[in-house]
Write a new protein. Structure first.
Length: 296
């Protein structure tokens, strides 16, 4: 296993490639994992939103987690998305992924049913109390319909198994407020590729990134340049990447990034419904941004 302590930089929110028949394409997944290991990605997040885990079976989740853990073989941390809007399901998945050798977990707020402040606190602590590996809380109200309150961040940050928070609200004001609870034992990662550096200026250690799927070295180098104090170099990369980042979100994630990977030769983009292929206009936008970035 890899040690999560001190983890910083670029954590890729890894896509899950599917074969033409809709099954998980493990050969393509192996190529993607190797691509990230070769290009400096600091950790891999599998089974997140970008990994389309919401349309995968529990058996498929287990197979993908085990495959990625085995392929990485301890070279960098592997974080598994075990989140669910059912606390019991999230607990069972968390314990299962821990047993498979995942180095950390990503826990999401209870989407759709949402709950009140105390219920959301208990949703997280149920898992934090039960596992022995670091957990990252995931705040993405645009997808879930609920957020982690500042008060709950303050409470949860004290838990020994709460490693940090993926802050993906896009709200710099909220990020500024919760930055007061960061410490050596509780960190923050940007969940938005377009504001990685503003978030790092608030104390974020890096990004959990969709962008890194297509430019892993650039995102890694940008984060570490900032951490090393070379803010000018980091800013140059952030600004140069804006057109590409915007194109990767021209339709709902992960539709564009899977198409971008197809353009890079990683196999045909296949989606699980309700996701489907991007429109012709979106394809043109993505292809133009990829060409302008020198990727294709």
């Amino acid at each position: 296993m890899a040690d999560m302590k001190g983890l910083s930089g670029s954590i890729v929110a890894l896509v899950t490639p599917f074969a033409e028949d809709g099954s998980v394409d493990f050969e393509a997944l192996a190529r993607l994992v190797d691509f990230h290991l070769e290009n400096g990605t600091d950790a891999l997040l599998t089974l997140g939103t970008t990994g389309e885990s919401s349309t995968m079976s529990h058996e498929e989740d287990d197979e993908v987690c085990k495959f990625v853990v085995d392929r990485v073989a301890g070279r960098v941390p592997v974080i598994a998305g075990s989140g669910s809007n059912s606390t019991q399901t999230m607990l069972e998945k968390s314990l299962g992924f821990q047993k498979m050798g995942a180095d950390g977990l990503l826990l999401i707020t209870p989407y759709y049913n949402k709950s009140n402040e105390e219920g959301i606190y208990r949703h997280f602590t149920t898992v934090l109390d039960a596992v022995d590996i670091p957990c990252i809380l995931y705040n993405v109200p645009g997808r879930t319909g609920c957020s982690i309150s500042e008060k709950n961040v303050a409470r949860l940050a004290k838990h020994p198994n709460a490693f940090g928070i993926k802050e993906a609200s896009g709200n710099i004001g909220y990020a500024t407020k919760i930055a007061r609870y960061l410490s050596d034992d509780f960190c923050m990662f940007s969940g938005n590729d377009d504001i990685v550096l503003p978030m790092m200026a608030l104390g974020s250690r890096g990004v959990i990134s969709v962008w890194a799927n297509v430019q892993p070295k650039e995102v890694h180098d940008m984060c570490h340049a900032w951490l090393a104090g070379d803010h000018a170099a980091a800013l140059k990369t952030q600004l140069a990447g804006i057109e590409l980042v915007d194109s990767l979100f021209c339709e709902v994630n992960p539709i564009p990034v899977k198409y971008a990977l197809e353009l890079m030769g990683f196999g045909k983009a296949v989606y699980r419904q309700p996701l489907c292929e991007p429109s012709d206009a979106a394809k043109a936008t993505i292809a133009a941004a990829m060409k302008n970035a020198g990727i294709i």
